[in-house]
Design a protein around this ligand. Structure first.
Ligand SMILES: [Zn+2]
Length: 304
C-alpha cells in the first residue's frame, strides 16, 4: 500500500473535503465535513479534528486549501466565503499546518501532470480563479495569491458588475455567473429554443444548462460561448504578456465545454498575443477534477 504522507483540506462555502494524500500525490481516502449553520471557529475545528482522527491520520502534516486570501506570516486566512474561519490561526490549530489559496492548491496538483516549468491555471467556475505555478510552486504577488487576475478589466462598456464589485472585468463577462445571466436573458427573448425550454422548466438558466445546450449544438448557446471565448482570448494575451507561461490549463465547471472551446480561446488569443509568446505557449484542459484542491494542499504540506 502507498504510504500516507499528509492530510489535504479543501474548504468550500458549505462543506470541507479532507483527504489522505500519499507522498506521490495520490488520494488514498477522504471524508466530507458539512459545516453546521452558524458554526463558530472552535466548532468547525472540532469537526476537522474528528474527521482527521476518523481517517487515522493524527500527527500527519496538514495542508489547507483556503477559499480566500492567505496571510502566511500570521498563518491565517482572510476575505473568504467561510467568514467564521477568517482571522483565526487555523494552520497552528491543526498542528503542522500549511495554508495556501484554494486555486493555488488545485494548480499545484495539476502542474504535476504536465512537463512545462511555467504553468498558468484558469479555473472557470461561478467566478474566475487564476494561478501561476513555476517549478511546482505558486507565484504569489499579493494576499498569498496571484492577486486577483480574474478581474482583468476588458469590457469598455462596463455594463456588468462582477460579484466582487468591479465593472467590465473578465469575471463580469466570461464566468459561470455571466453565462447564466446572459443565457437567461437570451431565453427571455425567445432566440434560443433549448434555452427557452430550460427557462420554462426552471425559471432561470444555469451555466451548466447553457453548457449542455451549447454541447447539443443550440445556436444561441453557441454564440454565447463564442463571445466568452473572445473575452478569454483577450485575457490569455494579457496573462501571456504578464507571466510568460509555457502552458495555460483550463479547469472548473465551464471546462465541460471541452476542446472546441479551448480551440476557440486559442485562436482568439493567438490573434492578439505577442508573436513570440503565442509560439511557445499551448492551451489545454485540466486533467484533474474536484479532488485537485485536496491533493495540492496535501502536497504543499509535504513540500520541503
Ligand atoms: Zn471583477
Amino acid at each position: 500500500m502507498t504510504e500516507a504522507g499528509a492530510i489535504g483540506l479543501d474548504i468550500g462555502g458549505g462543506s470541507t473535503k479532507l483527504g489522505l494524500i500519499s507522498r506521490d500525490g495520490k488520494l488514498l481516502a477522504s471524508r466530507r465535513v458539512v459545516l453546521a449553520e452558524g458554526a463558530d471557529f472552535p466548532a468547525i475545528l472540532a469537526q476537522y479534528r474528528a474527521a482527521i482522527a476518523d481517517l487515522g491520520a493524527d500527527g500527519l502534516p496538514v495542508g489547507i486549501a483556503y477559499p480566500g486570501h492567505v496571510d502566511r506570516v500570521r498563518g491565517l486566512g482572510l476575505n473568504s466565503n467561510v467568514p467564521a474561519l477568517d482571522d483565526h490561526p487555523l494552520a497552528a490549530a491543526l498542528g503542522r499546518g500549511v495554508l495556501l489559496n484554494d486555486a493555488d492548491a488545485a494548480a499545484v496538483a495539476e502542474a504535476r501532470h504536465h512537463p512545462e516549468t511555467r504553468m498558468l491555471m484558469v479555473t472557470l467556475g461561478t467566478g474566475i480563479g487564476v494561478s501561476m505555478i513555476i517549478d511546482g510552486r505558486p507565484l504569489e504577488t499579493a494576499g498569498g495569491t496571484l492577486g486577483d487576475s480574474g478581474h482583468l478589466n476588458l469590457d469598455p462598456s462596463g455594463r456588468h458588475r462582477c460579484r466582487q464589485g468591479c465593472t467590465g472585468c473578465l469575471e463580469s463577462v466570461a464566468s459561470g455567473e455571466a453565462l447564466a445571466r446572459d443565457a437567461t436573458a437570451m431565453a427571455g427573448t425567445g432566440e434560443s429554443p433549448a434555452l427557452v425550454v430550460e427557462l420554462q422548466a426552471s425559471g432561470t438558466v444555469s451555466a451548466a444548462a447553457a453548457c449542455r445546450a451549447a454541447l447539443a449544438g443550440d445556436p444561441g448557446a453557441l454564440s454565447l460561448v463564442a463571445q466568452m471565448a473572445d473575452w478569454l482570448g483577450m485575457a490569455v494575451a494579457s496573462w501571456r504578456a504578464s507571466f510568460h507561461p509555457d502552458l495555460i490549463v483550463f479547469g472548473g465547471g465551464l471546462s465541460a465545454l471541452g476542446q472546441p472551446f479551448i480551440d476557440q480561446i486559442h485562436d482568439r488569443a493567438d490573434a492578439r498575443s505577442l508573436p513570440f509568446l503565442a509560439a511557445h505557449c499551448r492551451l489545454t484542459l485540466a486533467r484533474l477534477g474536484n479532488d485537485a484542491g485536496m491533493i495540492g494542499a496535501g502536497l504543499a504540506a509535504l513540500a520541503p
